[in-house]
Design a protein around this ligand. Structure first.
Ligand code: 13P
Length: 251
């Protein structure tokens, strides 16, 4: 297993072909030029741009992934995309259970587990997202909520090799409010312990932090214990910023 930090850009529903290609091209060349960068970078564009981004990234060490997948391999599911279709486009990863999908698409942890299992069956690494809301934190329920989401969102097929877990406190996403170093340390230690009860070799499982990660705070976050990478939204839309975040993981 690689000890390189995993730096994932979640572009969400942003951009069109031209700017997506340009951003991917800049990142692909910059990371290629580093030779042995010491980090693993994955870009997750909107589904319509995956193919174009994959073409641009060909030959570079930067990989690409999807932002969601369906639980089934194929069938009458209008508007959905299967894990196999992502694999077909050369994706290595897929994000499942992002809080925006839990919130706006009423995704339950059981559904997220089924999506992660579908990703595994297709040969993808599932990035399983969990995290508490502001209200849950103020009620003192953050640990309980995150523990329950973790227990219910990991399918039996999860291993340290085919799964990464992203702790993204909902109140930190797109708000400019980052969780404190102590909060991240506490929650990642909890996630490591709980995940190790379900997944063999849990010590190797990649635990990512997400929520207002920027070039200015990435270095501190990426060097906290049990932080094996970051899942970045807004700051991944600017190539220079995202590259600075990735570089902050080394040295
Ligand atoms: P921001 O980095 O914009 O806060 O988004 C985090 C996120 O949701 C990544 O999946």
């Amino acid at each position: 297993m690689s000890v390189a930090k995993l730096i994932v850009g979640n572009w969400k529903m942003n951009g069109l072909l031209d700017d997506s290609r340009a951003r991917a091209r800049t990142l692909g060349s910059a990371v290629s030029a580093l030779k042995d960068s010491g980090f693993d970078m994955v870009l997750c564009p909107p589904a319509t741009m995956i193919n174009a981004v994959a073409d641009v990234l060909a030959g570079s060490p930067v990989r690409h992934g999807g932002q969601d997948c369906h639980t089934e391999a194929s069938g009458a599911f209008t508007g959905n995309i299967s894990a196999g279709m992502l694999k077909d486009l050369g994706c290595t990863h897929v994000i499942v259970g992002h809080s925006e999908r839990r919130q706006h698409h009423a995704e339950t942890s059981a559904l997220v587990a089924a999506k992660a299992a579908a990703a595994h069956a297709a040969g993808l690494i599932a990035i399983v997202c969990i995290g508490e809301t502001d209200a849950e934190r103020s009620e003192g329920r953050a640990d309980a909520v995150v523990s329950a989401q973790l227990a219910e969102s990991l399918p039996p097929s999860a291993t340290a090799e085919n799964t990464a877990i992203a702790y993204e406190p909902v109140w930190a996403i797109g708000t400019g409010k980052t969780a404190s170093a102590d909060d991240i340390k506490h929650m990642h230690a909890l996630i490591r312990t709980k995940a190790s009860e379900k997944v063999k070799n849990g010590a190797w499982l990649k635990l990512l932090y997400g929520g207002s990660v920027k070039a200015g705070n990435a270095g501190e976050i990426l060097h906290l214990p049990n932080v094996d990478g970051v899942l970045v939204g807004g700051a991944s839309l600017a190539a220079e910023d995202f590259l600075s975040i990735a570089k902050a993981s080394v040295g």
